[in-house]
Design a binder for this molecule. Structure first.
Ligand code: FCB
Length: 439
């Protein structure tokens, strides 16, 4: 008999999505273009030339989608706001029709008994701001704080949990260093400057929303336990994890990274007073976990473009089972990560805001989820203050540079008909949620 693993009372369960990946309606009701619209239309950037123009058509089908969430017993729904719907030019006046959509969505969720969890930025920067310099421009951080205030003014009476940014590492280093994501720039120095302005944007938004009375403020980071030998592991852990964790939760950049930042970007973009803004207290840390990062030292190895300063580091992964994205499956990394966060950054409640996998055969997904939930449970048993788990994703959707091919959903989407069909994994998860336990 397998052992029953009960989750703490009040554990928050649910599913996540992001605006550009599901909404479609790319030019409707005054929405402006985002960097992902432009990037996806650039030949060679996204697999098979896929775009988010239609995606899951959630903009028109949100009622059906919310009804399905409720049928599937999902108590929480994490979604993101499309900045170019709210402010088509990035700054400037609010487009009320953009806000109306999220207003309707939140009402629909609440009526269905599903708690809305708002993420203010999941990678779709208005193209107008990118044309001015994007995240390399300090002003972008202030525009983001204005966006946050405008959205909160409309939804803050009904939405309790506010997440500023999703995975700023990806915005900065995939967007500006490796160029695998929009805006597709390959300037390592710009990536460090972008990272700083993303952090500043987060801090400014936290300050603004706290003043406006927001109840629970958070940021979601994509964190990856780094496995490997001494200096290589420390460098990559710094670039991937501590570059964001330390400024937010400790009030300063890690000492060992300052020379790296200085080498690529100088340090002038870090102004006096910024660290205090960035470290504005938050109530929850969102953790997106997919897989560990394995490294070893190999003299002469050229740098990985997504990790400027990683020369001499080899990223070879061990031989493990893999997902359809070719990502290694390593649930134990989730235990290590949560226990480490609890040890190194004590006191901050944690929530898994994304975990999941692309599989061609959904039969693999319940096993993946079960093993990761067991790993999360093991971390709780070791004292990690884990308060919830959201699966990525509610629907199959536009998986960024990979287009629609990888299927991450617990609900299948037939893109030709937009028909939704819950997969076995959705029913399996419903059962876990109902029992608040793995049995
Ligand atoms: C995360 C993103 C999310 C999705 C998953 C698979 O990095 O936040 O939008 O693409 O990966």
């Amino acid at each position: 008999m397998t052992q029953e693993r009960r989750f703490p009372d009040g554990f928050r369960w649910g599913a996540a999505t992001a605006a550009y990946q599901i909404e479609g309606a790319a030019t409707e009701d005054g929405r402006g273009p985002s960097i992902w619209d432009v990037f996806a239309r650039t030949p060679g950037r996204v697999h098979l030339g896929h775009t988010g123009d239609v995606a899951c058509d959630h903009y028109h089908r949100y009622r059906e989608d919310v009804a399905l969430m409720s049928e599937l017993g999902l108590p929480t729904y994490r979604f993101s706001i499309s900045w170019p719907r709210i402010k088509p030019d990035g700054g400037g006046p609010v487009n009320p029709r953009g806000l109306d959509f999220y207003d309707r969505l939140v009402d629909e969720l609440l009526a269905a008994g599903v708690e809305p969890m708002v993420t203010l930025y999941h990678w779709d920067l208005p193209q107008t701001l990118e044309d001015l310099g994007g995240w390399t421009l300090r002003d972008t951080a202030f525009h983001f704080a204005d966006l946050a205030s405008a959205v909160h003014a409309r939804l803050g009476d009904r939405a309790r949990t506010w997440t500023t940014l999703n995975e700023p590492w990806c915005s900065a280093f995939l967007g500006y260093a490796s160029g695998a994501h929009a805006p597709g720039r390959t300037e390592p120095g710009a990536a460090f400057v972008a990272a700083h302005h993303l952090l500043l944007a987060h801090g400014l938004a936290v300050q603004a929303l706290r003043e406006a009375g927001a109840r629970e403020l958070s940021i979601t980071l994509n964190l990856s336990p780094v496995v490997g030998d001494g200096e290589a592991a420390r460098r990559i852990d710094g670039l991937h994890n501590r570059l964001f964790l330390d400024p937010i939760l400790r009030g300063s950049y890690p000492e060992d990274l300052l020379p790296v930042i200085d080498r690529f970007a100088g340090l002038d973009h870090v102004r006096q007073g910024d660290p205090a803004v960035i470290a504005a207290p938050i109530d929850l840390l969102g953790v997106n976990y997919y897989r560990p990062t394995w490294v070893s030292t190999t003299i002469g190895r050229p740098p990985n473009a997504a990790f400027p300063g990683s020369e001499g580091v080899d990223f070879t992964e061990p031989d493990l089972p893999r997902t359809a994205m070719d990502w290694a499956i390593a649930p134990h990394g989730l235990t290590d990560l949560l226990v480490r966060l609890h040890r190194d950054y004590p006191g901050i409640p944690l929530m898994i805001t994304e975990n999941g996998a692309a599989f061609e055969d959904d039969a693999d997904r319940p096993i993946f989820l079960r093993d990761h939930l067991a790993a999360a449970h093991a971390a709780i048993a070791q004292g990690a203050p884990l308060t919830g788990y959201l699966v990525w994703s509610f629907l199959d959707n536009f998986e960024w540079a990979w287009g629609y091919e990888p299927r991450f959903g617990i609900v299948h989407v037939d893109y030709a008909t937009q028909r939704r069909t819950p997969k076995e994994s959705a029913l399996w998860l419903r059962d876990v949620i109902r029992k608040n336990a793995l049995t």
